[in-house]
Design a protein around this ligand. Structure first.
Ligand SMILES: Nc1nc2c(ncn2[C@@H]2O[C@H](COP(=O)(O)OP(=O)(O)OP(=O)(O)O)[C@@H](O)[C@H]2O)c(=O)[nH]1
Ligand SMILES: [Mg+2]
Length: 205
């Protein structure tokens, strides 16, 4: 557990349009393993005192070991999901991830949870695009909520763009070098081809 109690927020209210089926229910680790959403929750459990899943079909997930929160404005994208999750949190900060990231390295997540930083959000940049924050593998403070709402009110829906209006801190390339040199933690499943690639990696690991 990190020094300060953290919430864990899984943004999971997307429509899986590119994938074509509910990707949150994929069982990449075999029929007896977790589904993707359960895997995301399990990653957060050792690090967080309260886990919030932001999605709009909670009735279809009766046994989830998490608090389910609906979008304030359904269909408002990941930015709307983060706003709804931060609004529901009872701690000063939260670790935020997406439900479609099967290769997050637990030690990297623990390092982010423990990172001390000044600002609204701690978000790494991908080694391949060092100017853009990765908003769904990040730590948000309560102080992020008001400016995110302001950006949302302008009509902006791109979470990555919204983050640039916050006091944003990048943990730097050492995070990747130390815990995840191939930056697989950022891989997310958007299309059936993404799934095939990830299954290939999982078979080899
Ligand atoms: N709560 C909430 N989560 C969202 C919303 N839109 C996307 N997400 C989540 O944000 C993460 C990243 O979104 P995408 O990769 O675009 O996933 P998606 O929206 O299901 O997929 P596409 O329909 O193909 O864009 C996923 O975990 C989604 O479940 C939304 O409107 N509300
Ligand atoms: Mg995605």
């Amino acid at each position: 557990m990190s020094r300060h109690p953290l919430s864990g927020i899984v943004i999971a209210g997307g429509r899986s349009r590119r994938f074509g089926a509910d990707k949150r229910r994929l069982r990449l680790w075999g029929d007896h393993g977790p589904h993707l959403l359960g895997h995301a929750i399990a990653l957060l459990q050792p690090l967080c005192v309260d886990i919030i899943v932001v999605m709009n079909d909670g009735v279809a997930w009766p046994d989830l070991p998490a608090r389910i929160v609906a979008d304030e404005q359904p269909g408002s994208g990941a930015l709307g999901g983060v706003i709804s999750g931060l609004q529901a949190m009872h701690t000063a900060a939260a670790l935020v991830i997406a439900a479609d990231m099967p290769l997050i390295v637990p030690e990297l997540l623990a390092a982010l949870a423990d990172w001390s930083f000044t600002g609204d959000v701690l978000a790494p940049t991908a080694p391949s695009s060092p100017d853009l924050p990765q908003p769904l593998l990040a730590v948000y403070r309560q102080s992020a909520l008001a400016p995110l709402r302001q950006v949302f009110a302008t009509g902006e829906r791109r979470l990555q763009v919204a983050l640039t209006s916050l006091r944003w801190v990048d943990p730097g390339p050492e995070l990747w070098q130390r815990y995840d040199p191939a930056a697989r933690s950022l891989v997310n499943i958007n299309t059936p081809d993404d799934l095939a690639q990830i299954q290939h990696w999982l078979k080899k690991s």
